[in-house]
Design a protein around this ligand. Structure first.
Ligand SMILES: Cc1ncc(COP(=O)(O)O)c(C=O)c1O
Length: 410
């Protein structure tokens, strides 16, 4: 490997939300435990990004910002080069993060009381945006099923979606593509069917494609815009960002593609109502470097994350076969079902944090269908993952959970 994906980072006291949250939960934890929760990476940033910020800083004036043409071109070119669709530069509305963009889409493109459809279990700020803004949360839960080879699998419930979309009160759907936390990379056919239903029923699709670059070998992300007809553009917004891909969430850089002029005006107007929604000055050089100089870093990252997933899957199959690990087609977040242990959500959370010293994201926070699941962040050095899983198995033995219920001792 050309880049460093093995050095263990100690982010204690650095203002890392993930690490601080772990110590808030377990103040006496001591050192050596790495949280596998919040979706940023335990890897150093691509050196090209740090260099670009340093170079830019030499001559910079740290004033108010406006997107440069170079930034807009970098965003457009990345989508064309990596995801095969051609946007226009003027479609982009930069926002200080995807979550603020989702809130703004709900606020500016729906009315209080309107129904907004989400597909749980899903990234929890989707429902928060809906309920905080006094819209009605409408769920179209994903279905759990198995493929012909017996592997577990999530799919969309299109019959239910059709019913929900037909209700004239429901005017927006927030799509997670690829899907956090279930790890699906939606196929072109699935996205086409979703668009057919939404466009026919005048439902706006806000496609959160923040995980679009984190696609495991053998899978291919389909950008929703690549399956849309021009006549459907007024129903689509696409949220993209370099933040997950290159571990720069702290820079709050996102590019929201809004192809329709009228929708874009309404979306922009919504942003004007919220003070300080422009990007910080470091977001621009970092995004440009990410989207023009870091392809090889990303290619290596994917190998590392994919190997970590195979390790996790093999480990679980060997030691905790009753835990169902879902295929991670995309993202760096593995989704595993611990319901076979028969614990309540409180018991499972307490077991993870107090017995196994594992700080994960609890499945129930992702809404309907998430209870009894855990989300593992696999963007970490292999030895961190190995130690974490060893603690898990040891604690399960001590507590005689699952296949350790009978016999085997710690
Ligand atoms: C689907 C999804 N959207 C948005 C975000 C966060 O976006 P931002 O940090 O740009 O607000 C995340 C972070 O995990 C995510 O998984």
């Amino acid at each position: 490997m050309k880049y460093d994906f093995t050095t263990r980072l100690n982010r204690t006291g650095t203002g890392s939300f993930k690490w601080d949250e772990m110590y808030r939960k377990a103040p006496d934890l001591g050192s050596g435990i790495v949280p596998l929760s919040v979706a940023d990476m335990e890897f150093k940033n691509p050196p090209q990004i740090k260099q670009a910020i340093a170079d830019w800083l030499d001559d910079a004036v740290l004033g108010y910002t406006d997107p440069t043409d170079e930034f807009l071109d970098a965003c457009v070119d990345w989508q064309r080069r990596r995801h095969g669709w051609q946007a226009e530069r003027h479609w982009i509305v930069p926002t200080a993060g995807v979550v603020p963009a989702l809130f703004n889409a709900v606020r500016s493109l729906t009315k209080p009381g309107d129904g907004v459809i989400v597909q749980p279990p899903v990234y929890y700020p989707f429902s928060k945006a809906v309920t905080t803004l006094d819209r009605t949360l409408v769920t179209n839960p994903l279905l759990r099923t198995t493929r012909d080879d017996g592997s577990p699998y999530y799919q969309m419930d299109f019959e239910d979606l059709e019913l929900k979309a037909q209700d004239p009160n429901n005017t927006m759907l927030i799509l997670c593509s690829p899907h956090n936390p279930v790890g699906r990379v939606w196929s072109a056919a699935e996205l086409r069917r979703l668009l057919d239903i939404c466009v026919k029923n005048d439902v706006i699709v806000v496609a959160d494609e923040i995980h679009d670059d984190l696609i495991m070998p053998g899978h291919k992300h389909t950008a929703i815009m690549s399956v849309a007809d021009v006549g459907e553009y007024d129903h689509i917004l696409v949220a993209t960002a370099p933040s997950k891909t290159f571990n720069i969430a702290g820079l709050q850089a996102s590019a929201i593609f809004v192809p329709n002029d009228d929708v874009r005006d309404r979306f922009r107007h919504g942003l004007e109502l919220v003070p300080s929604s422009e990007l910080n000055c470091f977001a621009y050089p970092a995004t440009i470097a990410a989207y023009t100089k870091c392809d090889d870093w990303l290619d290596e990252l994917i190998q590392v994350v994919s190997a970590n997933f195979e390790f996790l899957r093999g480990f679980m199959a060997s030691y905790l076969p009753e835990v169902v690990v879902y295929p991670m087609e995309g993202t760096y977040l593995a989704w595993a079902d611990f319901n076979a242990w028969g614990l309540s959500t409180e018991e499972l959370e307490s077991f993870m944090e107090k017995d196994a010293l594992l700080f994960l994201d609890e499945g129930y926070v992702f809404g309907k269908g998430g209870a009894g699941f855990e989300r593992f962040n696999l963007a970490c050095p292999r030895d961190v993952l190995e130690e974490s899983l060893e603690r898990l198995v040891h604690a399960a033995k001590v507590r005689r959970l699952g296949s350790f219920a009978e016999g085997d001792q710690a």
